[in-house]
Ligand binder design. Sequence first.
Ligand code: NAG
Ligand code: NAG
Ligand code: NAG
Ligand code: NAG
Length: 422
Amino acid sequence: MLLLRRMNKEGSPPHGIRFPSTHSSHAKLSCVLAPFVTILVLASNGCWLFLFFPHHLSPSIESPTDALREASPDLYAGACQLWRGEWVPDQGPSPYTKTCPYLGASENCLQNGRSDTGYLHWRWKPADCELSRFDAGRFLTLLRTKKLMLIGDSLARNQMQALVCTLAQVEDPIHAHDEFREQTWRFSSYDFTVTFIFSPFLVNYTVEASNDTIAGQTDLYKLHLDIPEWRWVRQLAAYDVAIISTGYWYHRRCLYYVSNSLIGGNSNSGLSSKIIKSHAALGITLRSALKYITTKFEGITMLRTVTVDHFENGEWFAGGSCNQTGPYLSGDGVVPPVPWMNQMINRIQTKEFDRARASMQDPMKLHLLNVTYSMHLRPDGHPGRYRIMTPDSPSNDCLHWCEPGPVDLWNQFVLHTLEHIL
Ligand SMILES: *[C@@H]1O[C@H](CO)[C@@H](O)[C@H](O)[C@H]1NC(C)=O
Ligand SMILES: *[C@@H]1O[C@H](CO)[C@@H](O)[C@H](O)[C@H]1NC(C)=O
Ligand SMILES: *[C@@H]1O[C@H](CO)[C@@H](O)[C@H](O)[C@H]1NC(C)=O
Ligand SMILES: *[C@@H]1O[C@H](CO)[C@@H](O)[C@H](O)[C@H]1NC(C)=O
């Protein structure tokens, strides 16, 4: 009841969350901010597209997770479905403060003037178990002499920054490599390395400036859906843990190639036929990436699922904002369902995860960081207007996550998972 009142007082009712319906020319910062726009305007049914693919890329319907769980309960011993649960009030300290020098400038909400701090005082309570607080010393000890790679877009960067700041409470890292597309941090007394690889599509791609502008974008991306990107592939063998993710970039202007042949493009690609839905292309990518990983990589892999953005009262480029100050709470009847597009992408990710896992000799080497639902519940966790402004940026960032903030949960999931297998 207390919580219900809190919502009503401080947050507007959780209605009005909708996907943008068209692009604008803000495409720069928007790298990732170009949300699920494209998909909504796609007319054709994506199913036919699989007819064009080699057999190993064709979709599967079955979802072996439950069967696997029944057949091999030991695989899941000690584990619970972390993603099911709710946010509960918590007065514990944040894992790090705004003074951490490794935070993303745009995600350092407190530094950028956010004064409602209620969003910091929640913890995730899984329905079936307790999730312990992130213990940086425990993490570093567990991963002593190991190397972890985060692969993905700026949301993966978001997670990396949160992780580095959390671990920096124990030891100041050395910033061993510092480029936009690749960053490496070393925690020398544990001989532990974290690397972030910016690989927004997970697969090889080139980008061209085209002469025409479609949906506000001139850059045209040519994606090789069957070729995991060289940036991470070339060094993966030296790592012990890989966390992969992808999503939002698939809604930019994209042409798709398989076996070096054009198979189609999304609705913004400029093609007049062979329109392939973005999430279908994303499914093919995941299958290629997971196939590569499950056959070539000896280490542990985690697939982080899609997140949810929370633009309200307008699209991200049209004055949309996110001013909520508390999570959606279960039990008070106001939790909206996960938006259908995120749910659909989550389903594709789960399906490809299941398929890959079923093909592995040691399924304990592949795990799902199913963050979609927990992040859906946190409309209050984004920088919103407390971000660093650039000329091209929308005035609100309702996609990335404040640091500290709900994004820290992802690293709790990582630690919890590793504790059960290392
Ligand atoms: C992927 O891209 C890199 C860099 O352009 C290139 O060197 C490599 O050959 C490509 N991989 C394949 C399999 O084509
Ligand atoms: C784009 O414009 C340039 C200069 O006008 C022209 O040379 C080029 O062929 C055009 N490219 C395409 C793909 O139309
Ligand atoms: C959020 O705050 C901004 C600035 O105060 C305001 O313009 C906007 O209407 C608010 N949005 C919502 C959804 O309340
Ligand atoms: C992941 O979470 C979604 C809810 O967002 C749920 O529908 C799905 O079943 C979960 N996947 C797995 C494998 O547990």
